[in-house]
Design a protein around this ligand. Structure first.
Ligand code: ADP
Length: 655
C-alpha cells in the first residue's frame, strides 16, 4: 500500500499524477524550485517542499534534496514523472535504499535499455527485429565508415546515449560521413557526456509507431495497443494518435508481440513504451518494423492510450508499484475509438520554433481533455520545457476525433506569449494527415504552409488600434467624445510585419480603417469570447487582452476562433533596435547565459561568437554585428537574462 506519494517532477505531469493519487486516496507531496513556488502542482498537492533554486540541475535533478523531502514529509513512494530523474537507475537505487517505493521499473531494467547499442543487441537476442546497422564497440571512424558503406546509404548516426532527438545525423553519401560523425560525437559528448555512436540504416518514409506495455512484479506483461507518433519536427513529437492509421490485425499482433517479448526479456515492471521505426512507404507489413528503443517510464503521450482503452495508466503504475498484480489481463483490454493528442508549446513557428517565455495574460482551452501545469497569470520561464498543455480529443472514428481536436484547438486562446497553436490547427487540418498518410517527414515537407502567419482581418486590426489608443471598444461613447481627434494614425507590429493604418472613429460602434467600408463594433460583444485578465492587466469585454512582453505593450485580439497578437511599439522609440544599430548585442529571448566568449576591451570581427544564451534546452549563439571593440558586458555565465536586454555593448564606431 502506498499512503503518501512524493512526485519528483513539475508541470503538467506532476498535476496529472496528483489527480489520480488523490482519487485513490493517496496523500501527495509536491517538490518545487524557487521558480515554481506558486506553481499549480504545488497548489494541488497536500504538501509541498522547496528543493532548490530554479535551474533543474539544482532542484528537480537534485536527488539528495528530493530524498530529504520524502523523509521529512513521511512519503512512502516516489513517482518520477517523465524526464528529470525518471530514467536514472542511480535514482531508483537511492530511493529503494531509503526504504521507499520507486514508481517505475527496476534499476536493472532501466540500465538494460539505457544505451541504444546494448539495448539493440539484447533485443536481437530476444528475437525482436532491430534496424539493420552496426551497434558494436569499435568506434574507429574509418571502421564505422566501412560499416556505413556496408549498410548502404542513407544511414543514421546515433549517439548510443542519445535521447530527445539529440545526437542524430542523417548521412546521404559516403563523402559526408566523417564530418557528420564528428559533429554527432561533439553534440553527444556535450549533451550526454558519452560520444559513442551506432550506425543504422535510414528507413525511408519512416513512421514512428510505439507500443504501450505494462508489467507487474509477477512476470506478467500486457500491451495497451499502439500509438502513432509520426508527426514530428526535428525528431520531436507534435501530434500523436491511437490506434495507428492503416494498422491491421496481423501487423498489430506482430508488433505488440515483439513489444511484450522485449519487456519480458528484461523482467519489466510498470509502464513502458517500446518504440519501433516502421517502413511507411506502403501499407504496414508484419516484417516492416524494427525496434528503436524502449522508454522505461510513462510517456508524454500516454493520454491517447488512456482515451482508447479507458485505463488510467497512473493508477496502474501506483497499483503495480505497491505490489498488486496487473489490474486486467490482455483479453480484458479493449480498444475503443480513436484519440489524438496535440502538444501546445510556447514557441514561435515563424522563427524556427524558437522557444518563448512570458506571462500567460490569458489562457483558455477548447473542449477536450486538457493536461496542463499552468493557469492564467502563470509564467513560462526559461528554466524548463516550454510546454503549456496537452489537448487530448477522443471520438468513435478517426475523423470524429480529428474534428474534435480541431475544434479544441480553435477554442484555445493564449495571450502573453507566442505559441504553436495556429501551427497545430493547420496541421490538424492538413489533407494528407486527415487521410492518414503520416510519416516523419510530413511536417518538414509542408513547413512553409503550416507555419504561414495569416494576415489579420481588418476587424482585428481595428480592435488592436483602438487598444493601442487606450480606448475601450465597448465604450458606447467611443467616437463621440473625441470629435476633435476622430482620426488617428496607428502603428502596430504583427509578428515582424509593421502595420500602419489610419483609424477613424465615426460614432458609437462604428470605425473605418484608411477610409474603407465601416466596421461595426457594436455587435461584437456577442461574437467574441469574453476574457478576463487574471494577472491584473486590464482587459476589455471584447476579446482583447493587453499585456507586456519584453518590456513592450501587446494586445491579443481573440476573434472568430483565432487569436491575433500585436505589439504596440513606443512611438518615441525610433526604428532601429540596438542589435541592428551595431552598438549593442541584445538577448534574443529570456534565457540563461551559458558562455561569454569575450572581455571588455577586446577587439572582435563581425560574425565572431560573443556569447551563448540557452533557453529551453536550445543554445543560441550571439555574434558580433560588426567589427569593433567590446565596451561592456552585462551579465555572467549562469545568470538569467531578459529577452531584449543588452548583453554586450560595443565602443561607438566613430573615432
Ligand atoms: P531519441 O531517443 O533521441 O528520441 P530515437 O531513436 O527514439 O531517438 O529516434 C527518434 C526519431 O528519429 C524517430 O521517431 C524517427 O523519426 C527518427 N529515426 C530514428 N531512427 C531512424 C532510422 N533508422 N531511420 C529513419 N528515421 C529514424
Amino acid at each position: 500500500m502506498i499512503t503518501k506519494l512524493l512526485i519528483a517532477n513539475r508541470g503538467e505531469i506532476a498535476c496529472r499524477v496528483i489527480k489520480t493519487a488523490r482519487r485513490m486516496g493517496i496523500a501527495t507531496v509536491a517538490v518545487h524550485s524557487d521558480a515554481d513556488t506558486a506553481a499549480l502542482h504545488v497548489e494541488m498537492a497536500d504538501e509541498a517542499v522547496r528543493i532548490g533554486p530554479a535551474p533543474a540541475a539544482d532542484s528537480y535533478l537534485n536527488m539528495d534534496a528530493i530524498l530529504e523531502a520524502a523523509k521529512t514529509t513521511g512519503a512512502d513512494a516516489v513517482h518520477p514523472g517523465y524526464g528529470f530523474l525518471s530514467e536514472n537507475p542511480a535514482c531508483v537505487e537511492a530511493v529503494e535504499k531509503a526504504g521507499l517505493v520507486f514508481v517505475g521499473p527496476t534499476a536493472d531494467a532501466i540500465r538494460a535499455m539505457g544505451l541504444k547499442d546494448a539495448a539493440k543487441a539484447l533485443m536481437e537476442k530476444a528475437g525482436v527485429p532491430v534496424v539493420p546497422g552496426y551497434h558494436g564497440d569499435n568506434q574507429n571512424a574509418d571502421f564505422l565508415a566501412g560499416e556505413a558503406d556496408q549498410i548502404g546509404y542513407p544511414v543514421l548516426i546515433k549517439a548510443r546515449a542519445g535521447g530527445g532527438g539529440k545526437g542524430m545525423r542523417k548521412v546521404e553519401r559516403a563523402g559526408d560521413f566523417h564530418a557528420a560523425l564528428e559533429s554527432c560525437r561533439r553534440e553527444a559528448q556535450n549533451a550526454f557526456g558519452d560520444d559513442a555512436v551506432l550506425i543504422e540504416k535510414y528507413v525511408t518514409a519512416p513512421r514512428h509507431i510505439e507500443v504501450q506495455v505494462f508489467g507487474d512484479a509477477y512476470g506478467d506483461v500486457v500491451h495497451l495497443y499502439e500509438r502513432d507518433c509520426s508527426l514530428q519536427r526535428r525528431h520531436q513529437k507534435v501530434i500523436e494518435e491511437a490506434p495507428a492509421p492503416g494498422m491491421t490485425g496481423e501487423v498489430r499482433a506482430a508488433m505488440t508481440g515483439a513489444a511484450v517479448r522485449a519487456a519480458k526479456t528484461i523482467g519489466y515492471q510498470g509502464a513502458g513504451t517500446v518504440e519501433f521505426i516502421v517502413d511507411g512507404s506502403g501499407p504496414l507489413r508484419p516484417d516492416g518494423f524494427w525496434f528503436m528503443e524502449m522508454n522505461t517510464r510513462l510517456q508524454v503521450e500516454h493520454p491517447v492510450t488512456e482515451a482508447v482503452t479507458g485505463v488510467d495508466l497512473v493508477e496502474w503504475q501506483l497499483r503495480v508499484a505497491a505490489g498488486e498484480p496487473l489490474p486486467k489481463n490482455q483479453d480484458e483490454i479493449a480498444l475503443c475509438g480513436h484519440a489524438f493528442e496535440a502538444r501546445l508549446y510556447a514557441e514561435d513557428p515563424s522563427h524556427n520554433f524558437l522557444p518563448q517565455t512570458g506571462q500567460l495574460a490569458h489562457l483558455g482551452f477548447g473542449d477536450a481533455r486538457v493536461d496542463t501545469g499552468v493557469r492564467s497569470g502563470d509564467a513560462i520561464t526559461p528554466y524548463y520545457d516550454p510546454m503549456i498543455a496537452k489537448l487530448i480529443a477522443h471520438g468513435e472514428t478517426r475523423d470524429e476525433a480529428l474534428g474534435r481536436l480541431r475544434a479544441a484547438l480553435a477554442g484555445t486562446h493564449v495571450a502573453g506569449t507566442v505559441t504553436n497553436r495556429a501551427f497545430l490547427l493547420a496541421l490538424a487540418g492538413h489533407d494528407g494527415f486527415a487521410a492518414g498518410h503520416v510519416d516523419t517527414g510530413l511536417i518538414d515537407r509542408d513547413l512553409d504552409t503550416l507555419t504561414a502567419v495569416p494576415e489579420p482581418p481588418d476587424l482585428a486590426v481595428a480592435l488592436a488600434a483602438i487598444a493601442a489608443l487606450n480606448l475601450d471598444p465597448a465604450d458606447p461613447r467611443l467616437g463621440w467624445r473625441l470629435w476633435g481627434e476622430a482620426s488617428h494614425q496607428v502603428r502596430l507590429m504583427h509578428g515582424d510585419t509593421p502595420i500602419e493604418r489610419r483609424l477613424t472613429l465615426n460614432g458609437p460602434g462604428n470605425v473605418t480603417l484608411d477610409g474603407e467600408p465601416p466596421l461595426r463594433l457594436d455587435g461584437l460583444k456577442r461574437d467574441v469570447t469574453t476574457v478576463g485578465g487574471s494577472s491584473g492587466s486590464p482587459s476589455f469585454n471584447a476579446g482583447l487582452v493587453r499585456y507586456r512582453a519584453a518590456g513592450t505593450p501587446h494586445v491579443s485580439v481573440l476573434l472568430d476562433g483565432a487569436s491575433h497578437d500585436f505589439a504596440i511599439p513606443d512611438p518615441l522609440a525610433g526604428d532601429g533596435d540596438a542589435g541592428a544599430s551595431g552598438d549593442a548585442v541584445t538577448a534574443p529571448m529570456t534565457g540563461i547565459i551559458r558562455l561569454i566568449d569575450v572581455e571588455a576591451g577586446q577587439a572582435v570581427s563581425a560574425g565572431d561568437r560573443l556569447a551563448v544564451v540557452e533557453a529551453m534546452k536550445m543554445e543560441h549563439p550571439l555574434t558580433a554585428p560588426r567589427d569593433g571593440v567590446v565596451a561592456a558586458i552585462h551579465g555572467a555565465p549562469g545568470s538569467a537574462v531578459e529577452g531584449g536586454a543588452v548583453l554586450i555593448a560595443f565602443e561607438p564606431d566613430d573615432p
